[in-house]
Write a protein that binds this ligand. Sequence first.
Ligand code: NAD
Length: 330
Amino acid sequence: MKIVFFSAQPYDKVFFTQFNKDNYELVFLEIPLNEQTADFAAGANAICVFVNDKITAGVLEKLSKTTVNIIALRCAGFNNVDLDSAKSNGIRVCRVPAYSPEAVAEHAVAMLLTLNRKTHKAYNRVREQNFSLNGLLGYNIHGKTIGIIGTGNIGKAFAKIMLGFGCRVLAFDLIANKDLETLGVEYLPLMEVFKSDIISLHCPLNEQTKHLMNESSFAMMKKGAVLINTSRGGLIDTKAVIKALKTGQIGALGIDVYEQEEKLFFRDLSEDIIQDDAIQRLMSFPNVLITAHQAFFTNEALTQIATTTFNNISQLINTNNLTPQAALLV
Ligand code: NAD
């Protein structure tokens, strides 16, 4: 039984090797999966992919002519997979629906606190013996209104943290979470949630949510509001957010995900000339904090991702089904 990993990083190799209790043959490839690289899956029974691998109809057609009949996503989001095409090609697709949602929620909070209290600037200043406070003024998060869009596993964990800070928490989701309502979260129409002091995005990227944050939604926001996105880059219209940052309509932006991230994230480009002008512009703002899709990156989450992925694969081989069902996409 052979599993080929695409977009594999050194830490993937460490965690997946450690939790390979069934002694599968593991092949780790650094290259991403796309139509040009799909042939590298030859001879595998399953492939394991990540957020920026492109599992398009063309890739699935190529895979269907190989021995691969399982695609195991080592992530929760699945906007990068053509599920209809996987189904028609008889390839099963599974994911890790919930691996330490707290990891992502806590990173969203870290971004918010950094932007607000400017600890990244204070750290550098003090190292240069500059003990002045000028320019570091923040505000209390306590008492502010937080708008959460998407209250699934991660949004729920984020809501609970913000309630602990003493915030008023507003939320928008297709389905209200009763437990959160009991804790004091108020579900309101999206337009009302847009009026919060701080907005954090935790819904998936799909046709309904693509560019959910666009010129007209920015216009509905409170002037100077903070926007945090740890979900998927495509939720924000990048050109529109740059415009809103320039006018001050958005007061601060924290992003762990970026629309064009597949050409940038998860690699060291420090010696390269970046061709993406939008990210260069975003990096030039003093009130923008960018991290390179690291919100999931904790010891607990990587352990959970590796163990769940192996469980998914072995269950699919042995029973052709999965528990919990949420892990099975096709
Ligand atoms: P989840 O499926 O548990 O929750 C998603 C929630 O969004 C659900 O409650 C759903 O009803 C809601 N939703 C769906 N469509 C919506 C819409 N149009 N408007 C508002 N709400 C909507 O998912 P999760 O585990 O909480 O993950 C959320 C997202 O976080 C994932 O889709 C993934 O893209 C992203 N993610 C990012 C990282 C990272 O490292 N940055 C890690 C894991 C997940």
